[in-house]
Design a protein around this ligand. Structure first.
Ligand code: SAM
Length: 307
């Protein structure tokens, strides 16, 4: 069972950047360097047992290559040239699931340092418009470098508070997709969990409360964009307050116009009941960082509200 992996380091993941290359070319390049490609993995156990210079293609996410835990590709040409992005598997879920079609207008509300923005641009094939916002100028400057290296051209980057963005501004009148990955406790990050001395992922109750209030404000604000059709809400937190708690509170207000969509049925770890439509991720169950993803879609006119 993958849960036996608890305590072990998750494998390393590399997302093929289709704005610059193809999966086939990356695999050929690595093979020429002595790596062995084992094809598409059929189970999480196979990923956990990887060793040496062997790699798989992931079983859930297309274009994601999986290497043994000790692999470090930061100095590798493919990374330096932006052909691969070193990104945890769980953090590839939001853009993959939002799945905006080429030409769509998309908001990445809390975007820096931009791995999910570059993934969104790849899903869009650089066609359409990607409005990306962040409050932190330092993180935004890292993000500019990252997007340049990744060959992203369809973005407009702004140092702006997403909460002050006017949803009625004509610039956003065609926005149908929003990715909301707001600041969170980070309690799911594997490195962080190791560093904590008391219980893993412990965060003071007051901090959780204020984070959850901020996350809910962001989510409610995102749902005000008039043409919005689909939204992904994600955190790298393991805390219910920041995850199912925020989604539940939001649905209390918006359930008439938005519904929670069941995502990726093959994914083994689900949101806490009753919100099993959502995904959770963790080192023990999915060989990733701790993560949470919810997808909301606008109801069609006349659609019945579910319970
Ligand atoms: N999505 C990013 C990625 O994949 O690289 C990671 C985002 S990180 C979890 C949250 C970000 O939200 C931080 O960079 C923080 O500066 C930004 N942030 C916090 N409050 C914000 C606000 N009100 N408006 C816009 N960005 C905000």
């Amino acid at each position: 069972k993958a849960s036996q992996a608890q305590g072990k380091q998750p494998p390393r993941y590399a997302r093929v950047n289709t704005l610059k290359t193809s999966q086939e070319d990356v695999i050929d390049y690595l093979k020429r360097e002595g790596y062995t490609y084992l094809g598409r993995a059929s189970s999480l156990e196979e990923l956990q047992q990887l060793s040496g210079k062997r790699f798989y293609c992931d079983l859930h996410l297309p274009g994601l290559l999986v290497f043994p835990a000790k692999t470090d590709l930061h100095a590798h040409f493919l990374y330096q040239a932006g052909h691969i992005i070193l990104q945890d598997k769980a953090s590839c879920l939001p853009a993959f699931l939002l799945n905006p079609p080429a030409g769509a207008h998309v908001i990445d509300a809390c975007a820096a340092p931009g791995n999910k923005t570059s993934h969104l641009a790849a899903v869009l094939g650089n066609r359409g418009k990607l409005f990306a916002f962040d409050l932190d100028p330092k993180r935004l400057s890292t993000m500019s470098t990252l997007l340049l290296r990744a060959g992203v051209t369809c973005h407009e980057l702004a140092n702006q508070d997403f909460l002050t963005l006017n949803p009625e501004d004509p610039r956003y009148s065609q926005v149908e997709y929003i990715l909301l990955d707001p600041s969170c406790s980070g309690s799911g990050m594997v490195g962080r969990m190791d560093e904590l001395t008391d219980s893993p992922g412990s965060v003071p109750a007051q901090r959780l409360q204020s984070l959850a209030a901020f996350q809910l404000r962001c989510l409610n604000h995102a749902l005000c964009f008039p043409r919005l059709q689909r939204l992904i809400y994600s955190t790298c937190s393991v805390h219910e307050e920041e995850n199912e708690g925020v989604v539940r509170a939001c649905l209390r207000e918006h359930r008439r116009s938005f519904r929670l969509v069941p995502v990726l049925p093959s994914w083994p770890e689900r949101g806490q009941a009753p919100l099993t439509q959502c995904l959770r991720a963790s080192p023990g169950e999915t060989l990733t960082n701790g993560f949470f993803v919810a997808m909301l879609e606008r109801r069609s006119p006349g659609e019945q509200e579910d319970e």
